[in-house]
Design a protein around this ligand. Structure first.
Ligand code: ADP
Ligand code: MG
Length: 555
């Protein structure tokens, strides 16, 4: 990291997507965090008062600034991150900042105080207010603290465009969470009006997830780290992905909790976000989204950081290949992860990536009973596992159907004579609209007028012949979603559900054990095809807490 600041030449300045970068308090926070990260900080502490216009302070333990550099830093177009005459594309930029104008822009609309030390005996305190800069000696260890007060004090229009203090702070908090998850090896803390909002220790992704969310979520998540080769212009390039994904049983109703960063820069990129969601495939319930943080490091030259004034979006080459690789990595990570064992792995971060035993996650289970003829109770070390029989059975059937059908056409059974199925008028018109799709799924359906369909063939994969209910259910699915992501899978899930154990079927011990064994062989044993969990675990400490037992077992 060069720490000598230079002023960019006019040609370079003309190339950068300059613009007014400071539109709201969160923008100040993000520019200051960028600078702290670029300075190699291992801890970044952020404090915000009110909506952020009152005070924002960002303190880091990075390399700091010499007095001369501090004086240059607040001037426009001075940076230590680009050569004075940078190459036109800026794709080689590896720092978060590169335009040399953030500090200057903040000084334009606020009072800025920088206390910094680059390892010298004396530190520097620089105050920039109303175009005046004063510099004094101060004591400070290596690092930098930037305090911004009276933001937009002389810009009433700006101030008026801000939302409530709570809303502005929530933007800031969301942003700090983005950074904390994109830089899990850096410790972050955020305070609001003197009270700690959250902090992360800089101890990796799971700890960061714990800091930003909670222990339960961190426990129910898997870490993925993968390098893939993708085809690029002159050969192949390496594409690295690192992230943490919650299991499908932990979801939120908005996609906002799927956080994407590109080379450590949090971005809002709907394509990459969707790729992560797609990687969950049928594991997610229809209207639910996971919690995830994924950082991707595309091959050199594939990222243009200079397409957005606030650097919130980046230009990506090879986007299709990157999105496909992201979806793949997520899907693979979820299918190989053992959701239940993540708890044990959480305390041992080095083995969690390859330490999961795929052979049979339920090998050590002991069935100890059933509840309401719907839930199987099983003992596994100090956990009580409750298994939803119906969901487990659906999962087993679904994977068997998938395997039986593969990519081939779905086998059909001809109905002779053709059956009349009455459906709602809406469903009848859907059947017409989706005739081709239904045919591909194995239904031969003709509208017969007045909400009646004449069905002359039905799908019959794996000897399992569909019936009128399956057709109705499939039409319902079509009606519900704009159009289901993968109608084949939807159909298989619907078929898998049909003959499954209904609530109330009593299982013999033998049946229960064989159901568990078959569930253990599944690719994704922890959720039914509709994304509902198959297993819920209650550990002994939860029971102990419920009985006020504390740590001791036998009192
Ligand atoms: P940029 O980050 O694009 O270079 P800024 O205006 O944000 O532009 O910062 C100008 C320069 O000030 C940076 O290039 C860097 O050398 C220095 N600087 C800013 N903040 C810090 C910090 N927290 N620690 C060390 N150096 C910093
Ligand atoms: Mg900067």
């Amino acid at each position: 990291m060069p720490s000598q600041l230079t002023r960019l030449d006019d040609a370079t300045v003309a190339k950068i997507a300059a613009g007014e970068v400071i539109s709201r308090p969160a923008r100040v926070v993000s520019e200051l965090i960028d600078n702290a990260l670029d300075a190699g900080a291992s801890r970044i502490d952020i404090a915000v008062d009110g909506d952020g216009t009152e005070r924002i302070r960002v303190e880091d333990d990075g390399h700091g600034l010499s007095r001369g550099d501090a004086e240059l830093a607040v001037q426009r177009h001075t940076t230590s991150k680009l050569p004075a005459d940078a190459d036109a594309s800026l794709t080689a930029v590896s720092t978060l900042g590169f335009r040399g104008e953030a500090l200057a822009a903040i000084c334009d609309c606020a009072i800025v105080e920088i206390v910094t030390n680059d390892g010298d005996a004396v530190g520097t305190e620089l105050r920039a207010a109303d175009g005046e800069v004063t510099v004094t000696d101060t004591a400070r260890g290596q690092g930098t603290t930037v305090t911004v007060t009276d933001l937009f004090a002389d810009r009433p229009a700006r101030r008026e465009s801000l939302a409530s203090a709570a809303a502005e702070f929530s933007r800031i908090s969301d942003l700090v969470a983005d950074y904390a998850l994109a830089h899990p090896d850096v410790g972050f803390s955020l305070r609001h009006d003197g009270t700690k909002t959250f902090s992360t220790p800089g101890g990796g992704l799971r700890d960061a997830l714990l800091g930003v969310y909670d222990a339960d979520i961190a426990r129910n998540a898997t870490v993925v780290e993968r390098a893939t080769d993708i085809d690029i212009e002159d050969g192949t390039g390496s594409f690295d992905l690192r992230g943490i994904l919650t299991y499908p049983s932990v979801t939120r109703s908005t996609r906002e909790h799927v956080r994407i960063s590109v080379a450590g820069r949090p971005v809002s990129d709907s394509g990459l976000r969707q790729a992560v969601i797609d990687g969950y495939g049928s594991l997610l319930p229809g209207d639910q989204f996971p919690i995830a943080a994924v950082d991707i490091e595309p091959p050199t030259g594939a990222v243009d950081p200079n397409v957005h004034p606030a650097k919130q979006r980046v230009g990506l080459r090879y986007r299709d290949a990157l999105e496909a690789a992201v979806e793949d990595a997520v899907s693979e990570a979820l299918s190989t992860a053992d959701a239940r064992r993540a708890e044990a792995a959480a305390t041992d971060l080095t083995t969690e990536l390859d330490g999961v035993d795929r052979s049979d996650p339920f090998a050590d289970l002991r069935v100890i009973g059933s509840f309401r003829e719907l839930y199987l109770l099983c003992e596994d070390d100090d956990e009580l596992l409750v298994i939803d029989q119906h969901a487990a059975h659906e999962r087993v059937n679904y994977e068997r159907l998938q395997a039986a059908v593969g990519d081939d056409a779905i086998p059909t059974a001809t109905l002779e004579p053709a059956e009349s199925v009455s459906v709602s008028p809406a469903a009848a018109s859907l059947a017409e609209e989706y005739a081709d799709l239904l045919a591909a799924l194995g239904f031969d359906v003709e509208p017969f007028g007045g909400g009646t369909l004449r069905v002359s063939a039905v799908p019959a994969p794996f000897g399992r012949v569909a019936d009128a209910d399956t057709l109705r259910a499939t039409l319902d699915e079509l009606a519900a979603g704009e159009s289901p992501a993968d109608p084949r899978e939807t159909l298989l899930a619907t078929l898998a559900c049909q003959p499954s154990l209904k609530a109330g079927a009593e299982l013999s011990l033998e049946d229960a054990e064989s159901l568990l064994a078959r569930l253990g062989e599944c690719e994704q044993p922890f959720a039914c095809p509709h994304g509902r969990p198959t297993i819920c675990s209650i550990d002994e400490t939860t029971l102990a807490a419920g009985f006020d037992r504390g740590a001791t077992r036998f009192e």
